[in-house]
Design a protein around this ligand. Structure first.
Ligand SMILES: [Cu+2]
Length: 94
C-alpha cells in the first residue's frame, strides 16, 4: 500500500561563504616591478602590501627589482595585489 506524501518541503538553504581551508590556499609569487630603485620604494611597497588581508610576508629586492609575496589566495587575489601596487605608483611588469 503506497502512502504518497506530497507535502511541500521548505528547507532553509544555508549560504556558506568564506570557508577556511588551512594553508591550502597560500600562494608564493614573485612580481617583477621595474620601478623599484631604492629603500624608499621598498618601504612604500612593503607598507602598501603588508596591510592587505591575507598577506603573510612581503619582501622587495632592489637589485632584482622584484617583490616576493606570500599570501592567502582565499582572501586576496593577484589582481588586487597588482592594483594596490599600481596605486602606490609601481607597475607590475608582465
Ligand atoms: Cu625608490
Amino acid at each position: 500500500m503506497a502512502n504518497i506524501n506530497t507535502r511541500e518541503q521548505s528547507s532553509k538553504i544555508a549560504k556558506k561563504e568564506g570557508t577556511f581551508t588551512m594553508a591550502a590556499t597560500v600562494q608564493d609569487i614573485t612580481l617583477s616591478v621595474p620601478d623599484v630603485s631604492c629603500e624608499h620604494c621598498v618601504k612604500t611597497i612593503d607598507g602598501a602590501l603588508a596591510v592587505l588581508p591575507g598577506v603573510e610576508t612581503v619582501s622587495t629586492d632592489i637589485p632584482t627589482k622584484t617583490v616576493h609575496l606570500r599570501y592567502d589566495s582565499s582572501q586576496l587575489s593577484a589582481e588586487k595585489i597588482e592594483a594596490v601596487l599600481d596605486d602606490a605608483g609601481y607597475t607590475v611588469a608582465k
